[in-house]
Design a protein around this ligand. Structure first.
Ligand code: HEC
Ligand code: HEC
Length: 297
C-alpha cells in the first residue's frame, strides 16, 4: 500500500469515528424540548399523540460510546489503519500458518501411522476412510466429483473399470505420479470417411455397428493404426492408459458423434501428480479411499 492510500484510509476511518462522537455530543448540547415553541408541542395526531424531542436514553448513549472506544482499541491492536500493523502484529497469513502447523502437529503422526498399513486393509478402516474422504473432497472432487463418479473426460473411480490399472499399488502410483494419456488425432491421416469407417468398427466391439461393410473397411484401418495401443481385440493397454473399447465404459461419451470426435481430434487426459502437493502419507490415505470407492460396488 502506498503512503497516500495509507493516509487516505486512516483519515477516513478516524474521521468517521470522531464524526460519530461529535454528532452525539452536538445533538445533546441542549434539551431540545426547551427550544420547542408551543406550536411544535401542540403538534397532535389522533387527538392525543404528541411529538416530543427527548434526549437519548443513558443506556443507549453509553452503548454508543462503548462502540467508539471498542473501535479505537481494536484499531490500536490490530491492522486496520492503512499500513499500521497493530500492536499484536497479527496477519491472516501468520494465523493461517500457525493453524497449518497446529494441524500438522496433530495429524502428521496419524498419517504416518496409516502409511504403514497396506492399502486393502486401510480401505476397510472407517476412521481412516473419513480422513480419506475429506482429502478427496478437498483435492480430487473438483474433477472426479464428490462421490468419485467422474464426468466427461474425468474417469469414474467407483466402477472398477481402470484406464491405468486397478491394483492397489497401481492406483497409488497413478495418484503419486499422475498420468498423461496420449490418443493421437487421426483426422488428418484418415480423412473424414476413414474416421467414420473405423468408428463403425469401434462400435462393433460393443455390438453397435450400423453399417457392416463400413465396419469391415474400418477393421483394416484399426488393425494397422490402432492395434499398437488398443490391441487387436480392442481391449486396450493399461501401460499406456489406452482405453478398453469393448467394455461399453466411455470416458469421452458413448455416442457415435463422441467417438468420431475422439478419433478425429485425439484426446489427452491429464491426471496431475500429487506427491508434491499431498506428500506420500496423505496420498496413501486417499489411494485407500479410492480403492474403497470401487470395492463398495
Ligand atoms: C499411441 C497409442 C494410441 C493409438 C495408436 C490409438 N489410441 Fe485410441 N486411445 C489411446 C489412449 C491413451 C486413449 C485414452 C485417452 C485419454 O484417456 O485421454 C485412447 C482413447 C480412445 C478412445 C476413447 C475411449 C473412451 O473411453 O472414450 C477411442 C474411441 C479410441 N481411442 C479409438 C482409437 C482408434 C479408432 C484408433 C486408431 C485409429 C486409436 N484409438 C489409436 C491411445 C491410442
Ligand atoms: C485437474 C483434474 C483432476 C484432479 C484434481 C484429479 N484428477 Fe484424477 N484424473 C484426472 C483425469 C483427466 C484422469 C484420466 C487421465 C486419462 O485420461 O487417462 C484421472 C485419472 C485418475 C485415476 C486413474 C483412473 C483409471 O481409470 O485408471 C485415479 C485413480 C485418479 N485420477 C485419482 C485421483 C485422486 C485420488 C485425486 C485427488 C488426490 C485426483 N485424481 C485428482 C483428472 C484429475
Amino acid at each position: 500500500m502506498t503512503t497516500f492510500w495509507s493516509i487516505y484510509i486512516s483519515v477516513i476511518t478516524i474521521g468517521t469515528l470522531a464524526g460519530c462522537f461529535w454528532l452525539v455530543r452536538y445533538t445533546m448540547r441542549v434539551n431540545p424540548n426547551e427550544q420547542l415553541g408551543e406550536k411544535e408541542l401542540n403538534h397532535k395526531w389522533d387527538g392525543d399523540l404528541v411529538e416530543y424531542n427527548n434526549p437519548l436514553p443513558k443506556w443507549w448513549l453509553n452503548l454508543f460510546y462503548g462502540t467508539i472506544v471498542f473501535a479505537a482499541i481494536y484499531l490500536t491492536l490490530y491492522p486496520g489503519l492503512g499500513t499500521w500493523e497493530g500492536l499484536f502484529g497479527w496477519t491472516s497469513h501468520k494465523q493461517y500458518e500457525q493453524e497449518v502447523e497446529k494441524a500438522a502437529a496433530k495429524y502428521d503422526p496419524l498419517y504416518a501411522k496409516y502409511a504403514q498399513v497396506p492399502l486393502t486393509e486401510l480401505a476397510k478402516n472407517e476412521d481412516a476412510m473419513k480422513i480419506g474422504q475429506s482429502l478427496f473432497g478437498n483435492n480430487c472432487a473438483q474433477c472426479h466429483g464428490s462421490f468419485g463418479l467422474g464426468n466427461k473426460g474425468f474417469p469414474n473411480l467407483t466402477d472398477n473399470d481402470w484406464l491405468w490399472g486397478g491394483k492397489p499399488e497401481t492406483i497409488e502410483q497413478t495418484i503419486l505420479q499422475g498420468r498423461n494419456a496420449a490418443m493421437p488425432a487421426w483426422g488428418p491421416t484418415l480423412g473424414e470417411d476413414g474416421v467414420k469407417a473405423v468408428a463403425e468398427y469401434v462400435l462393433s466391439f460393443t455390438g453397435r455397428e450400423s453399417d457392416k461393410a463400413l465396419a469391415e473397411k474400418g477393421k483394416q484401418t484399426f488393425n494397422t493404426m490402432c492395434i499398437g495401443c488398443h490391441g487387436a481385440d480392442g481391449k486396450g493397454n493399461q501401460m499406456l492408459g489406452a482405453a478398453n473399447l469393448t467394455d461399453d465404459v466411455w470416458l469421452y461419451g458413448s455416442s457415435k458423434e463422441d467417438i468420431i470426435e475422439t478419433i478425429t481430434h485425439g484426446r489427452n487426459g491429464k491426471m496431475p501428480g500429487w506427491e508434491k502437493v499431498l506428500g506420500k502419507d496423505k496420498a496413501h490415505l486417499v489411494a485407500a479411499y479410492v480403492l474403497s470407492l470401487s470395492q463398495d460396488q
